[in-house]
Design a protein around this ligand. Structure first.
Ligand code: TEU
Ligand code: CA
Length: 562
């Protein structure tokens, strides 16, 4: 080959690579809204949210400006873990409606320009899934190796692996004289990804959903599918990325869908593999390093550590910088498993609205795809109920387990108030009317009594509400390339009150500056000379050099190409 051809080839290759890197996907300029169906809107007044309820609120979501809905599971399920225990992947639980309602939701949402992202739980099924019902019958059953079985003796556990919802991760089945693995509840047996037959069935099911016109998938605890439980390996098993690449190739490869893996174990290094722009795995992952900051190292999520603001800045900045090219970030504070962020890093009393808007500003000014969890756009808060009002299997198991271990009741409740998943699962606060307008019947879980102050009806009418602030943040992302694509640089790095950063894209510069405390914080107004204020969570002020409690500002440079 001549030198010329070599050079031409090299340029062609580089050009192709650049094109791949430059390629913009729809989900890179999108904002996603997560719906937890049983708590969103009840259309038939049985106290449980449903698909028709969601359809009735598409208008509301259009007003907010979101591009896609991530729908927590609505498949057929005994609801041991609120739908994360699936007994039929291609049917809808009657509690939520039926397949016709699902088809209608997908097409109605499309009319609003909204995609539906399905939640795929591929690490485990329900114990009522026909595969498991068959598999547990005998060792030579057709489905015998769809799950993870280990020989042993009754009463002598294979090892001390613990389940996420308490107790051992092993359960004895007398018919097979074997243990099966369950990393979550005993009713959520782990699937065996080493089995190619199982993998093929899963791909078929996913293609069935793709053909229904969904916009993508969120993949539940996907970093667990390569487990090697006897070696004590749960996440990041040796074959994990092999499995994911095969899954990708057989399903959404080249299909322009949004795929997001839930990966509690992700590091920037592994996230770069998961979200490689070559499209071989996912669009992005949820990483939880910023979420894990409030728990004591090496302990469980219930063992609280004081919030460390400097760490938060460092962690979020690290993810911005390390995934700046060759990877993509998801941006979130909340989901159905996490406490309400305004009650955690904000102030859900005197400064509820200010701090809710401030926390939104920090995330929505960053590079990545932002996710809003239902009610976050209203600044909904945590709850403190009597234990009898809680519904979550994780919370109820923990309560029992810790009482038996001799913990004080008050200490257990303090953990539940701070971290319990039901904080996120109380019904959506729509209106001032009974049950917050969620249902005419008593809901499956008690409504947060503060719906009288915090509800969508009131906020839609009030221009300076948390809702309209979120609406503006979403609109700004659509408008400015610098928000979608700009480089990230931390400002005020050593300041113990202020989280600030700068984004740069060509001539466009964006500055975001937030006060994370309930006292005033001094800034240098020179830093914002020649900048226009795009958004602020307080009315205008003369005191440019001072941030009020939880004040947030977003600036854009005045000299720029429009
Ligand atoms: O969650 C994974 C998970 O490990 C945690 O978020 C879990 O909820 C728990 O709080 C850990 O202490 C996913 C789903 O999001 C969750 O709702 C399911 O319960 C879980 O997987 C099992 O499918
Ligand atoms: Ca209902």
């Amino acid at each position: 080959m001549s030198l010329v051809t070599l050079t031409v080839n090299r340029f062609a290759k580089e050009w192709q690579k650049n094109m791949e890197m430059e390629k913009k996907y729809w989900w890179q300029s999108s904002v996603i809204y997560q719906i937890y169906p049983r708590s969103f809107m009840d259309s038939n007044n049985d106290g449980i949210g449903d698909l028709r309820g969601i359809i009735s609120k598409l208008d509301y979501l259009k007003t907010l400006g979101i591009d896609a809905i991530w729908l927590s599971p609505v498949y057929k399920s005994p609801q041991d873990d609120n739908g994360y225990d699936i007994s039929d992947y291609t049917d809808i639980d009657p509690m939520f409606g039926n397949l016709e309602d699902m088809t209608l939701l997908i097409s109605k949402a499309k009319e609003y320009g909204i995609q539906i992202i399905m939640d795929l739980v591929l690490n485990h099924t329900s114990d009522e899934h026909p595969w498991f019902i068959e598999a547990k019958k005998s060792r030579d059953n057709l489905y015998h190796d769809y799950y993870v079985w280990v020989d042993g003796e009754e009463g002598i556990l294979p090892n001390d692996l613990k389940a996420c919802f308490g107790g051992s991760a092993w359960e004895w089945v007398p018919e097979r004289k074997q243990y099966y693995l369950h990393q979550f509840s005993v009713r959520q047996p782990d699937l065996n990804w080493e089995n190619p037959k199982l993998r093929a069935e899963i791909y078929k099911m996913i293609c069935w959903w793709i053909n229904k016109g969904v916009g993508g998938f969120r993949l539940d605890v996907i970093d667990l599918i390569g487990k090697e439980p006897l070696l004590g390996i749960t996440s990041d098993g040796p074959h994990l990325h092999e499995y994911i690449k095969e899954l990708n190739l057989n399903t959404w490869h080249n299909k322009d869908l949004l795929t997001v893996g839930e990966t509690w174990s992700a590091t920037p290094k592994t996230a770069e593999i998961y979200s490689n722009p070559d499209g071989s795995e996912f669009s992005m992952v949820f990483q939880f390093e910023h979420i894990l900051l409030d728990q004591q190292e090496g302990k469980s999520k219930w063992d609280l550590a004081p919030l460390d603001f400097m760490k938060l800045k460092q962690v979020l900045s690290k993810w911005q910088t390390e995934l700046s090219d060759g990877g993509w970030n998801s941006l979130f504070w909340n989901n159905h498993d996490l406490p309400r962020i305004v009650s955690r890093w904000g102030n859900d009393g005197q400064y509820r609205e200010e701090s809710a808007k401030m926390l939104a500003t920090i995330i929505h000014g960053m590079k990545g795809t932002p996710y809003i969890y239902q009610g976050e756009e209203l600044g909904m808060t945590n709850v403190r109920y009597d234990i009898s009002e809680y519904r979550d299997i994780e919370t109820l198991n923990l309560y029992k387990e810790r009482l038996e271990e001799g913990y004080e009741k008050e200490d257990i409740m303090a953990s539940i108030y701070a971290k319990g998943r039901d904080n996120a699962r109380t019904p959506m606060q729509w209106e001032l009317s009974a049950n917050a307008g969620f249902s005419q019947m008593a809901p499956w879980i008690k409504v947060n009594p503060n719906y009288l102050q915090i509800n969508a009806g009131e906020q839609l009418l009030r221009e300076d509400s948390v809702f309209h602030y979120y609406r503006q943040l979403i609109a700004l992302r659509k408008k400015y390339e610098v928000i979608r694509s700009g480089n990230y640089e931390l400002l005020y790095a050593e300041n113990p009150q202020i989280f600030a950063y700068q984004r740069t894209y060509g001539n466009e510069k964006l500055k975001v500056i937030c006060n994370f405390t309930d006292s005033t914080a001094n800034i240098c107004s020179e830093d914002f000379k020649n900048y226009e204020l795009l958004l602020c969570n307080y009315p205008a002020t003369e005191e440019e050099h001072q941030l009020r409690p939880y004040e947030a500002r977003m600036y854009i440079n005045a000299v720029r190409r429009s």
